[in-house]
Design a protein. Structure first.
Length: 483
């Protein structure tokens, strides 16, 4: 939401100064209102509700070493449960509009890299270990120290890169952009639509949704993003009933036969903390946990910095308020995900949709977390929003986050080159972690060749070395004979 709109809305609709809830969450102090927090909470939920469908698909489609698969219904319950609890805890404890759910990419690592080497219980045990180690890093102050060691303009580049990344996610999720099959024998990785042009009603819903969203934003309409999501969901339901559509993707916009579903908590607590050591050996376990930690650590770091920057919550030194609590809760979310057998949970970049609606405090998380709680029982009703109706929010928020590029000094190559690589690598590799790694490594190299190596914080040297190992993990594993 533009700053001018925020200021106007704050002056006309600020919550009562004497409200205990307002003081606890610092709603007025941060220039927000209860209405904007609530709208933001809804927007964030609808933008990330796809995880209730996608996480069970990813985890449920894989088999462990013994050929066992996880139950889809139990995975839905585990996904919603952890997202509900940890999002509320982040709201109350961290006071940031930062929702939490099963991490995409992390769940793929668990499903397709870790589970085939051991049982599902052992794999989830490694997720718990990963989360515990991250919490230890927080308690020792190392994780916060690393965040504080990052130059301010590189942090802004992280936010811009995330903006492009989530816009790309929106285009891909909606089917506006698709991967060209390798069989096409072309070096072009993506194309317009599924066949080089736009086809089908679902993509039309997305296109209209984008136009509606940007029109509402340009007119500075309150609740622009949420209005667009709800409106296009209704349009999608009508179109689905009237037209012959093969597939909407993960979520079909149909009015459900029933609105109630009984949650199945059968997977909760089904993990083995040290079983993996007996199945694969200590060295393999160390490398697997290292991969999980590095991905979770910097993916969450980038998300937290990016969302906080967009919300205008960074202080004059570029620090996130209450960062110690925020980082610890994020680490605890990984533990909770492993305990519930729902994979590692982490901060969600889709929280930017809520920030775009004006959310500035953890009060928005109470709404988002509450909706995930309802999803335990009302999954048929709350999962009718198709990606084509929710994705326009990501495009709009991508634009809003892109505006921070103006704060980067493009005339200073020592910061401009790392900033560019950070921004470019995130959407091009489809990974926040890879973008941060590219930025860190190039920052260290450029500073060194310019004779300014002493200006690089020692923690960035250490982290860059870890990223070098991360990017070279395949030859390292071959040398060590892990494969």
């Amino acid at each position: 939401m533009p700053d001018t709109q925020q200021a106007a809305e704050t002056s006309s609709a600020a919550p009562p100064a004497g409200s205990g809830v307002d003081r606890f969450f610092r709603i007025s102090e941060r220039g927000s209102t209860f209405g904007r927090e609530i709208r933001g909470g809804f927007a964030t939920f609808f933008t990330m509700a796809y995880i209730l469908v996608l996480n069970p698909i990813i985890l449920g489609s894989a088999k462990d070493k013994f050929g066992h698969q996880l139950d889809a219904g139990q995975l839905v319950t585990a996904t919603a449960l952890v997202a509900c609890v940890m999002t509320v805890i982040m709201g109350v404890g961290g006071n940031l509009p930062l929702a939490i759910a099963a991490g995409l990419g992390l769940n793929a690592v668990v499903a397709f890299q870790i589970a085939p080497l051991m049982s599902w219980a052992d794999a989830m045990g490694l997720v718990v270990i990963e989360g515990v180690l991250i919490c230890v890093l927080v308690l020792t102050g190392l994780r916060e120290a690393i965040m504080n060691a990052i130059p301010q303009q590189l942090k802004q580049a992280i936010g811009v890169g995330i903006g492009l990344f989530i816009a790309f996610i929106g285009f891909v999720d909606a089917g506006f952009v698709s991967r060209i099959p390798d069989a096409a024998n072309t070096t072009v990785p993506v194309q317009l639509g599924a066949v080089g042009r736009l086809t089908g009603w679902p993509v039309l819903v997305f296109c209209v949704g984008v136009l509606l969203t940007i029109a509402l934003l340009a007119r500075k309409v309150k609740g622009a993003i949420l209005i667009s999501i709800v409106t296009m969901t209704v349009v999608a339901i009508v179109i689905d009933a009237a037209a012959d559509i093969k597939s909407w993707g993960l979520t079909t916009p149909k009015v459900p036969d029933t609105v109630l579903a009984t949650p199945d908590f059968g997977l909760v607590g089904h993990f083995s903390l040290f079983g993996a050591f007996g199945e694969t050996g200590a060295l393999t376990v160390v490398l697997l946990v290292f991969t999980l930690i590095l991905s979770d650590f910097f993916d969450a770091m980038g998300t937290i910095v990016g969302i906080s920057a967009k919300a205008g919550l960074l202080d004059e030194n570029g620090k996130v308020p209450g960062i110690g609590r925020v980082l610890f809760i994020d680490g605890a979310a990984a533990v909770a995900g492993g305990v519930a057998s729902g994979s590692s949970n982490t901060a969600y970049i889709e929280s930017a949709a809520g920030v775009g609606e004006g959310a500035r405090t953890g009060f928005a998380n109470l709404v988002t977390g509450g909706l995930f709680g309802l999803a335990l029982f009302l999954a048929p009703l709350l999962t009718i929003v198709p990606l084509q109706a929710a994705a326009p929010a990501l495009i709009a928020v991508g634009f809003l986050m892109m505006t921070h590029v103006k704060h980067i000094d493009w005339d200073r190559y020592e910061i401009a080159i790392p900033a560019f690589l950070t921004i470019a690598a995130m959407p091009f590799t489809y990974s926040i972690t890879d973008g941060i790694g590219a930025g860190f490594l190039s920052y260290v190299v450029v500073k060194t060749v310019l004779g300014k190596a002493k200006e690089v914080h020692w923690l960035l040297w250490g982290v860059s070395a870890l990223f070098l190992l991360y990017f070279a993990i395949d030859p390292v594993e071959q040398v060590l004979g892990v494969r």
